[in-house]
Design a protein around this ligand. Structure first.
Ligand code: FAD
Length: 553
């Protein structure tokens, strides 16, 4: 880990004097216990992924002290969260909730407004409140990581019966990832779709100084709601859960999640395709297979360069020129790997007993071979440390960390993602790939795209890996991303999720009918959080106190 002193001093939030802020912090210490409130007045400390900081983004796109917390508080209960909300309303201090804060690529643990007080919910509120082995559901607090949930299944001897679904890295929280609508790679990969029930502390304080807590869906029943809270997500009346994801309308303190029954067998497979121009016909082949569930998981179609970078070596091992690494060099080095020379690699998994898998795998094999030069790589030929086996673990519900390796591509390796959504169409894949290629060439940055194919849409995830110490490269990375967002919007593609720094721009592309959606979000924000204390600016939603006053980026 590395530590540097703060250059700009204690980041006090705007609109409050230092004395008033310090006295407010003392007041909070008296309510919660001094050890549960930490001022961020000394240093910037970065560690590796599992020691990620909770005050700022360890992969900063701007200056590290731009998006940074003034203090971190550690609530131990819902009552503590209510106390913090009451306090923030009294002093008009912005709060930023995180569950674990490993939202790397999207802002890490950083708040959008400099000097916000971060509520690190996960440090103390990290219990698995229930695992229901009959219904295959669980109820978790903010700090439950994918690793912790998996380990608990193992400890209770339930891992053979049911699986979790994990994103590529297992150190994040089930709650934070789900609220940011993250994805994993079993058939339960759409985490938001697989959740059932939330408990939420609302940010506003009513007339008598009360802070409200609500439960969504069946959890709202006066008596016995917990019986069906995790079984039926909707309850009665409007389905409200959506407004608490990718928003700043509430602090979630409990989340229900469904668990996948062990399908009775699984088998990973990997195919390579020789030419970049195979992309469009391949996507056309994938769509009907995916919609009919022959391809069963959120699989990944990765560019060859990403397969090379996930080996974990720095780019300079292969190439030390400037500009994007030439294709022939990528191919030359891929030739020496288990994948062999190729443009695209498809990683997937088939589920169920052998005879059921056989039926599906035969169809996939026949369909994929319609692309000339397609190769199936026999897993039995692959060494145990081959990346394929990491995909195998993840697609069968075992958390992993291998994916971090491509971050080593650059020194001080950091990354930021461009994640547009499109239909599963060859033409759309080509459009997005081409615009990304052009903007990467302009910026002189290596292009590492992966298509993650959901049931009826696909996310293109382009990871820009940059050197966090290289100011020039960070500027190029930001420009590249902003250009891609604009280009994509002109062609009718919008991002499914974005980095803190780009939220205003992305929100601005969802502006149909005179910005009707943002106007609606603003109405909700002003009603639920009239003092504008909760995560101002998150997902482009600014409370009245900040709106149109120069905060937007
Ligand atoms: P947090 O950082 O705790 O939460 C995310 C955001 O949600 C917070 O910033 C906050 O605004 C909000 N939030 C969190 N908790 C609350 C709460 N209780 N109440 C209200 N709001 C809240 N992501 C994927 O989805 N899929 C992947 O496959 C994937 N692969 C990755 C690979 C690499 C190499 C890297 C570096 C990152 C990857 N990510 C991926 C991104 C990220 O690491 C994960 O999404 C991670 O799970 C998010 O961090 P977290 O769970 O700690 O959430």
């Amino acid at each position: 880990s590395d530590t540097t002193p703060l250059q700009r001093g204690l980041p006090i939030p705007q609109g409050i004097s230092k004395d008033a802020f310090l006295s407010a912090v003392n007041e909070l210490r008296n309510s919660l216990g001094a050890e549960h409130v930490q001022l961020n007045d000394k240093e910037i400390k970065n560690g590796w992924y599992m020691e990620s900081p909770n005050t700022h983004d360890m992969m900063p796109l701007f200056d590290t002290e731009e998006f940074i917390a003034s203090a971190v508080v550690y609530p131990g209960s819902v009552e503590d969260v209510k106390t913090i909300v009451r306090w923030a309303n009294k002093h008009l201090i912005p709060l930023f909730p995180i569950s674990i804060g490993r939202n790397l690529g999207y802002g890490g643990s950083a708040p959008r407004v400099r000097g916000s007080v971060t509520i690190d919910l996960g440090r103390r509120m990290n219990r698995i409140l229930n695992i229901n082995a009959d219904d295959f559901t669980c109820l978790v607090e903010p700090g439950v990581t994918f690793y912790a949930l998996h380990e608990e299944l193992v400890k209770r001897g339930l891992d053979d019966k049911m699986w979790i679904d994990t994103p590529d890295l297992g150190g994040g929280s089930v709650m934070g990832n789900t609220l940011d609508r993250g994805v994993g790679y079993t058939p339960y990969g759409d985490h938001w779709a697989c959740h059932s029930g939330l408990e939420v502390v609302l940010p506003g304080v009513g007339e008598v100084g009360d802070v409200r807590v609500l439960r969504t869906g069946m959890g709202a029943l006066d008596v016995g709601g917990e019986k069906t809270w995790q079984c039926f997500p909707y309850g009665f009346g409007p389905y409200n859960d959506g407004i608490f994801s990718q928003s700043n309308f509430g602090i979630v303190t409990k989340l229900g999640m469904t668990l996948m029954p062990n399908p009775g067998g699984f088998e990973s497979f990997m195919y390579t395709f020789p030419k970049e121009s195979d992309l469009a016909p391949l996507i056309e082949i994938i769509r009907p297979l995916r919609i009919s569930n022959i391809l069963e998981n959120v699989a990944q179609l990765r560019h060859g360069l990403q397969t090379l970078s996930v080996k974990g070596h720095p780019r300079t091992k292969y190439f030390d020129g400037s500009g994007p690494m030439p294709e022939e060099i990528v191919r030359k080095h891929l030739r020496e790997t288990a994948t062999g020379e190729c443009a695209w690699v498809y990683y997937g998994m088939s589920y169920g007993p052998a005879h059921i898998r056989r039926y599906k795998l035969d169809i996939i094999d026949k369909e994929f071979h319609r692309i000339s030069g397609c190769k199936r790589i026999d897993p039995s030929t692959l060494p145990a440390d081959e990346y394929f086996w990491s995909r195998d673990r993840i697609a069968s519900g075992t958390p992993d960390l291998e994916e971090l390796k491509w971050v080593n591509w650059m020194p001080n390796g950091s990354h930021i993602a461009f994640s547009p959504v499109s239909p599963i169409r060859g033409k759309d894949a080509e459009n997005l790939f081409e615009l990304a290629r052009k903007r990467h060439a302009d910026a002189g940055i290596d292009l590492m795209p992966a298509f993650c194919v959901g049931l009826r849409e696909m996310h293109l995830i382009v990871e820009i890996v940059f050197d966090a110490e290289d100011v020039g490269m960070k500027k190029r990375a930001e420009k590249c991303l902003r250009d891609m967002i604009d280009d994509a919007a002109k062609l009718g593609y919008g991002e499914y999720r974005t980095h803190l720094a780009l939220m205003d721009q992305v929100a601005g592309t969802y502006n149909w009918n005179d910005n009707a959606l943002m106007k609606f979000n603003n109405t909700l924000k002003d009603a639920l959080d009239p003092n504008g204390i909760l995560a101002p600016g998150r997902c482009g939603i600014w409370p009245k106190r900040y709106r149109n006053r120069g905060w937007e980026l």
